[in-house]
Write a protein that binds this ligand. Sequence first.
Ligand SMILES: *[C@@H]1O[C@H](CO)[C@@H](O)[C@H](O)[C@H]1NC(C)=O
Ligand SMILES: *[C@@H]1O[C@H](CO)[C@@H](O)[C@H](O)[C@H]1NC(C)=O
Ligand SMILES: *[C@@H]1O[C@H](CO)[C@@H](O)[C@H](O)[C@H]1NC(C)=O
Ligand SMILES: *[C@@H]1O[C@H](CO)[C@@H](O)[C@H](O)[C@H]1NC(C)=O
Ligand SMILES: *[C@@H]1O[C@H](CO)[C@@H](O)[C@H](O)[C@H]1NC(C)=O
Ligand SMILES: *[C@@H]1O[C@H](CO)[C@@H](O)[C@H](O)[C@H]1NC(C)=O
Ligand SMILES: *[C@@H]1O[C@H](CO)[C@@H](O)[C@H](O)[C@H]1NC(C)=O
Length: 300
Amino acid sequence: MLRPTALIPVIFGLAAFVLTMLCIFAGSKPDFMQDYSIITLNTSRIGTNVLNTTSNTDSNSNIFSQIWDNVTNSIESSINDELNSFAKDLGLHDFYSAHLLDYCSGYYTPTSIPNATVSSSEIEKNITFCSNKTAFFHFDPSVALQRELNNSGVGITLQDLDWPDAVTHGIHTLRIAQKAAFVLYCISAALILLAILASLVSFFVHGRLSACIDILVWILAFLATVLASAVTTAVAVKASNVVNGFGGHVGVRADRGARFMVLTWVASGLCALNVFVWVFECLRGRRRAKRESYVGGIRK
Ligand SMILES: *[C@@H]1O[C@H](CO)[C@@H](O)[C@H](O)[C@H]1NC(C)=O
Ligand SMILES: *[C@@H]1O[C@H](CO)[C@@H](O)[C@H](O)[C@H]1NC(C)=O
Ligand SMILES: *[C@@H]1O[C@H](CO)[C@@H](O)[C@H](O)[C@H]1NC(C)=O
Ligand SMILES: *[C@@H]1O[C@H](CO)[C@@H](O)[C@H](O)[C@H]1NC(C)=O
Ligand SMILES: *[C@@H]1O[C@H](CO)[C@@H](O)[C@H](O)[C@H]1NC(C)=O
Ligand SMILES: *[C@@H]1O[C@H](CO)[C@@H](O)[C@H](O)[C@H]1NC(C)=O
Ligand SMILES: *[C@@H]1O[C@H](CO)[C@@H](O)[C@H](O)[C@H]1NC(C)=O
C-alpha cells in the first residue's frame, strides 16, 4: 500500500533543495541572479566629502589638495557634476555585491544617483567584474577597493579617502561566520537530499517507524537550514550596520540583500512544513494502530 501523503515532503523538499542550491550559487556568474546578493556596497560617491575641496577649507585640505593637484582636474568636475560616477574616476566601481562564493562589481546605469528624470527604480546594475568562485569565500571590501586603487595608478590609497578602520575591522570579524555559512549551506543541502530520499522510501513503506525516522531527518535538515539562514542574516545585518554606521561620512552605503533572505528563509520554512507533515503522519499512524487493536480486541 502506498502512502500518498509522503509526496508532499518530497515536493516541498525538492523546492527547498533548489532554493538552497540557488543560495549557494546566486551571483556566481555575472549574469546569474545578481540581485540576490547577501550585501551590496554602494561606493559610487566614495570620498566625495574628503575630496570636495570647495567645502574642505580646514588644515587637512592643504595636504589633500597637494596630493591631488594632479588628479583633481578630472575628479573635481565630477564631484560637482552628480551625473558622473565619481568612483569610476578613482578606478573603483559603483557597487560591490557579496555572494556566498564570490563578489561582483560594476556600475549603475544610466546614473548612480536618481534625478528628476531617472527614478531609483530605473537605475540598473551593470556587472563588469566577478571574482573567481571560491569555497570558503569571505568578502573583504577594504582589500578589493585597495587593489583597484593600486591598479588605477591614481596614487590614492584608502587611507587618503578616509576609509574608516572600524569598517575594516568590523568586516574582518565576520570572516569566520561567512565561511561557516558556506559549510552550513552545504550541510543543509546534503541533509535535505537525504530527507527527500527518506520521504521517498516512506512513500512505499507504510508504518509509523518510517514516519518517525522522517521526522528526525527533516528536523536535522530544518536545523541546518535555519542555522545557515541565521548566520547569513546576522552577517548581512552586522556588515550593513558597520558600513552604514562608520562609512556614511565617506560616502559608502550598504544594503542588505532582501531577496537572498527570502530564498533562504523560504527554504527553512519548507523544511519546517515537512517536519509537521511527518509529525501528522506519525500521530495518524498511532491513532490507526490503536483503533485496529481495539477492533481486533472486540472481535476476539
Ligand atoms: C561640496 O561642498 C560644497 C560647499 O560645502 C557643497 O555645497 C557641495 O554640495 C559639496 N559637494 C558635494 C558633492 O558634496
Ligand atoms: C604631480 O605630477 C608631477 C609630474 O606629473 C610630479 O612631479 C608631482 O610630484 C606630482 N605631485 C604629487 C603631489 O603627486
Ligand atoms: C548610492 O549612494 C548614494 C549616496 O552615497 C545615493 O545618493 C544613491 O542614490 C545610491 N545609489 C543607488 C543606486 O542606491
Ligand atoms: C538624469 O540623469 C540622466 C543620466 O545621466 C541624464 O541624461 C538626465 O539629463 C538627468 N536629468 C536631470 C533632470 O538632471
Ligand atoms: C555595461 O558595461 C559594458 C562594459 O563597460 C558596456 O559595454 C555596456 O554598454 C554596459 N551596459 C549598459 C546597459 O550600460
Ligand atoms: C582566477 O582564476 C584564473 C584561472 O582559473 C587565474 O588565472 C586568476 O589568477 C584567478 N584570479 C584571482 C584573482 O585569483
Ligand atoms: C597596494 O599597494 C601597496 C603599496 O603600494 C601594497 O602595500 C598593498 O599590499 C597593495 N594592496 C593590494 C590589495 O594589492
